[in-house]
Design a protein around this ligand. Structure first.
Ligand code: ATR
Length: 273
């Protein structure tokens, strides 16, 4: 039996087992995928034990994504640039590491908004945490001519922008409304709009119907931001698909089948939100 799992601290909230177990069932694969709790102090030793135990690989979540990159012998270029890994594959004594959040983000848009292209115009990204970093990377890699980045804590946005160079322009959080007119893409990577958080205060009236608005928050599925954007006629894509699509490369690497993100999988995960 092929073994894989997701490591985090805490790990109870992880939806990854639902996704991978759905695919294991669907493709009739003799494999397992479990939640594994490892504290930061036990992370390195814990991973060694899992490798010795025959694990094919792991997903890595908060707070271990940076450490996962550090212990890797063979990280991808994008994991290095992003500075964090969420997918490890163990093969012949090597630890391959990748960061698939950005591909998850792009695959979700490709599936649900096929006419959208990153290179059609500038993007505005709200937030400068880990998710923002992989999304900035992906949008630039797909040819976005400019990324306008803003964050409550200005310095954090500035640091992120410095990694990616002159195509990333940092603006003050209070000035968002002045910079979104006619942009091609608008992405919320902050926790605002999530169940239990306050809402994002933003005036979308200068967006055009060609603007794609997307949120990485998926609980609720239709965030107030997406509802506002819908009302004024923008294209919108919810964040659940990013979670589903980021899981594809890991599953393929461990179990040997490239799984499809289908509507039954979405429904399955929605049941657990
Ligand atoms: P992730 O890895 O999912 O991106 P994170 O690194 O914790 O998570 O980042 C959370 C993002 O939400 C950050 O951009 C954070 O802004 P700060 O860098 O200023 O903390 C943003 N965020 C969280 N609460 C917020 C709030 N009340 N108002 C504005 N931004 C908020």
């Amino acid at each position: 039996m092929i073994k894989a799992g997701v490591v985090g601290w805490p790990i109870e909230q992880s939806k990854s087992p639902i996704i991978h177990n759905y695919w294991l069932d669907k493709y009739n694969i003799n494999g397992s995928y479990k939640k594994i709790s490892l504290s930061p102090e036990n992370f390195k030793l814990g991973i060694k034990r899992l490798i010795n135990d025959g694990y094919a690989g792991l997903n890595i979540t908060v707070p271990h994504k940076e450490m996962a990159l550090e212990i890797s012998s063979n990280p991808t270029e994008r994991a290095k640039k992003i500075g964090a890994a969420n997918t490890l594959i163990f093969k012949k004594g090597k630890i391959y590491a990748d960061n698939t959040d950005g591909i998850g983000f792009l695959s979700n848009l490709t599936q649900l908004a096929p006419d959208w292209k990153a290179d059609l115009g500038p993007a505005v990204i709200l937030g400068a945490g880990g998710a923002s970093r992989s999304i900035v990377y992906s949008l630039l890699n797909e040819g976005a001519p400019k990324v306008i980045l803003t964050n409550r804590t200005y310095e954090r946005a500035k640091k992120l922008a410095n990694i990616f160079g002159e195509k990333v322009l940092v603006i003050n959080w209070k000035n968002i409304n002045k910079h979104i007119s006619g942009v091609n893409t608008l992405v919320n990577t902050t926790t605002l709009g999530m169940v239990g958080s306050s809402n994002l205060e933003i005036d979308l009236s200068t967006l055009s119907s060609n603007t794609l608005v997307t949120d990485i928050v998926y609980n609720p599925l239709k965030t107030p931001l997406l509802e506002d954007a819908n009302r004024i006629g923008c294209k919108t894509v919810d964040g659940l698909g990013m979670l589903l699509h980021q899981a594809v490369p890991g599953f393929k690497g461990w179990f040997g089948v490239e799984p499809k993100v289908d509507s039954a999988l979405r429904d399955r995960v929605l049941l657990e939100l």
